[in-house]
Design a protein around this ligand. Structure first.
Ligand code: ZN
Length: 284
């Protein structure tokens, strides 16, 4: 593979060896109308030329539905320390704090609905163009947009329900909240006595093996990887788009800010996902 400049947009002689690419939008300036048409047209052509798309999504696709990006500089985790998995296991106080935060944030989660970006992705899946969506999100909005559960690969789990850490039994958030409000805690699993936790992957918790293997298989089978709303700095998740590109797939990135893989991508669009994907796929 040709050497690639690591300095991003400053293209030296080495960078000219790689395939031409377009960086549209960008911090500090507005994309002109022609650039907008052109980056949407390029994305559409990449999709049309592909036989198997894998879509990789991060927080940026869901912020357009009103869900805060916890990892952003102004996000919740900038003010409130995340609870580590080990602390959740070790401390009843930490578990109470985790549930308190969960129930506090619940109205925002409940109010969120799939947006134009989710609908565009759902159309790609429905038409058989995209085989799967690999997501770092825990909000369940891809499923809510109509994508079958089996085609959503959740790397960080799902916050819309809870499960027993020992036997895997599923528990619904509403029922747990009733218990919490009555007793001040969520009791252990009635079936096996294990701890119940939201079905998310916390900091310090191992990545889910089945999801990781599935994501890898989908990545390596694709000839186009579309990244939507991920800054691609959290590993191992960010390794999938990188692996797709190194495996010969095209890589398209739509994100408001620069990402860790802009330098590798065939197309980079620094604009809103709903508009770009909606226009490229033809979804309102
Ligand atoms: Zn259990």
């Amino acid at each position: 593979m040709a050497a690639i400049s690591r300095t991003g947009r400053e293209r030296g002689p080495a960078a000219r060896l790689v395939e031409p690419r377009l960086v549209a939008g960008g911090t500090g300036r507005q994309a002109s109308g022609m650039e907008r048409t052109s980056d949407v047209a390029r994305l559409r052509r990449l999709i049309e030329a592909s036989t198997r798309v894998v879509v990789f999504t991060g927080a940026g696709i869901s912020t357009e539905s009103g869900i805060p990006d916890f990892r952003s500089p102004t996000g919740m985790w900038a003010r409130t320390k995340p609870i580590l998995f080990q602390d959740y296991l070790a401390s009843a106080d930490m578990r109470r704090e985790a549930w308190r935060r969960k129930f506090d944030g619940e109205p925002v989660m409940r109010a969120a609905e799939p947006n134009r970006g989710h609908r565009a992705v759902a159309r790609l899946v429905r038409e058989g163009k995209a085989s799967a969506v690999i997501t770092q999100n825990i909000d369940g909005l891809h499923q809510a947009s109509g994508i079958p559960e089996a085609q959503v690969v959740e790397l960080h789990g799902n916050a819309t329900y809870a499960h027993c850490l020992r036997c895997g039994a599923r528990y619904e958030i509403d029922a747990l909240r009733e218990t919490f409000e009555r007793d001040g805690e969520v009791h252990p699993c009635p079936a096996c006595g294990g701890l119940i936790k939201t079905a998310t992957v916390s900091f310090g918790q191992p990545m889910p093996q089945a999801a990781m293997l599935r994501a890898e298989a989908e990545t390596l089978a694709a000839d186009l990887c579309i990244v939507l709303g991920s800054s691609l700095v959290v590993y191992p998740a960010a390794g999938f788009p990188e692996a797709a590109k190194r495996n010969g797939a095209r890589l398209a990135i739509v994100n408001n800010e620069e990402t860790g893989l802009d330098r590798l991508a065939d197309l980079v669009v620094h604009r809103g996902i709903g508009d770009v994907m909606g226009d490229a796929v033809g979804v309102n």
